[in-house]
Ligand binder design. Structure first.
Ligand SMILES: O=C(O)CCC(=O)C(=O)O
Length: 231
C-alpha cells in the first residue's frame, strides 16, 4: 500500500495515520469479543488492564501461542499492508482504558521489531510524545510513582476505527503516553488534524465517554516453542 497520503508531516518521522481502517461493524465485533474475555485472562494494572495474545514477550524468547481466529483477521489486515517489511506481526497487546485512565511515558523497547501498529476502538484518545533523555528513561517500567515531567513535543488524536503506525525515530527516540483525564481539550500541538475522519477546532472539549480498547499489533522477532521436560 502507498502510505504517502497518510503520513503525518507535522511531526518527527515516521507516523502514519489511517482513519476508518476498520468498519463500525468490525469495531463492534472487536468490542463484543473483548467484553466476553474471561476475567482471569486480564492483567489488571493501576491505570488500565491488558491481555497478551500470541504469547508474552520475554528477553529469552516469547513462547509463541496461537492468536484466536477473530483477532488474527485484523493481524492479517495489518500484515497485508506490508508494514513489517520481511517480518509478520505475531503479537497483539489489547489494552482497555476506562475514562480517566492512561499510560505513563514509555518506549516499547528492544523485545519488538521497531514498528508499532495500533487499531483503536470505542473512545478516541490523545497520544502524547516527549523526547527520550537516555537509556533507562522509561517511567512506565519503573517503580517510581512520580515520573519527572517532560515537555510534550506533539500529540496525535486517535479516533475510533483508525490505524496508527509508528516507526523510525518515533520508535526509538520518543516516549509516548496517554494522560489520565476524563476529557481531552484539543490544542495546536495535535499534528494530525488534517488526516482525521472528523473536523475539529482548537479548544474543542472531547469527553471520553466510553472505554477505549486498543489493539497494538507488533512483531516479536525472538520466539521459542514450549519445551516440556519429563523426568
Ligand atoms: O493504547 C495505546 O494506543 C498505546 C499502548 C501502548 O503504548 C503500549 O501498550 O505500550
Amino acid at each position: 500500500m502507498d502510505f504517502t497520503g497518510f503520513e503525518v508531516r507535522k511531526c518527527p518521522p515516521t507516523v502514519t495515520y489511517i482513519p476508518n481502517f476498520i468498519t463500525s461493524e468490525e469495531e463492534q465485533r472487536i468490542l463484543s469479543h473483548i467484553e466476553r474475555t474471561p476475567k482471569p485472562r486480564w492483567t489488571q494494572l493501576l491505570n488500565r488492564r491488558l491481555v497478551n495474545y500470541g504469547g508474552v514477550p520475554h528477553p529469552n524468547g516469547m513462547i509463541a501461542e496461537e492468536i484466536p481466529e477473530w483477532l488474527q483477521s485484523y493481524v492479517d489486515k495489518v500484515n497485508n499492508l506490508g508494514i513489517f517489511e520481511s517480518q509478520k506481526a505475531n503479537h497483539v497487546l489489547v489494552n482497555e482504558y476506562l475514562p480517566g485512565q492512561g499510560i505513563l511515558p514509555h518506549t516499547d523497547g528492544p523485545l519488538f521489531y521497531p514498528i508499532i501498529s495500533t487499531i483503536s476502538c470505542g473512545s478516541h484518545t490523545v497520544l502524547e510524545f516527549a523526547k527520550r533523555e537516555g537509556a533507562g528513561d522509561d517511567p512506565e517500567t519503573k517503580d517510581s510513582d512520580t515520573p519527572p515531567a517532560r515537555e510534550v513535543i506533539f500529540k496525535l488524536l486517535l479516533e475510533p476505527r483508525s490505524l496508527l503506525i509508528l516507526k523510525d525515530s518515533l520508535y526509538s527516540e520518543y516516549l509516548h503516553s496517554i494522560a489520565e483525564t476524563n476529557e481531552d481539550v484539543l490544542c495546536d500541538r495535535i499534528a494530525n488534524y488534517d488526516l482525521c475522519e472528523n473536523t475539529y477546532k482548537i479548544g474543542d472539549h472531547l469527553p471520553r465517554r466510553s472505554p477505549r480498547i486498543s489493539l497494538t499489533i507488533r512483531n516479536v522477532p525472538k520466539t521459542s516453542k514450549m519445551k516440556l521436560k519429563f523426568c
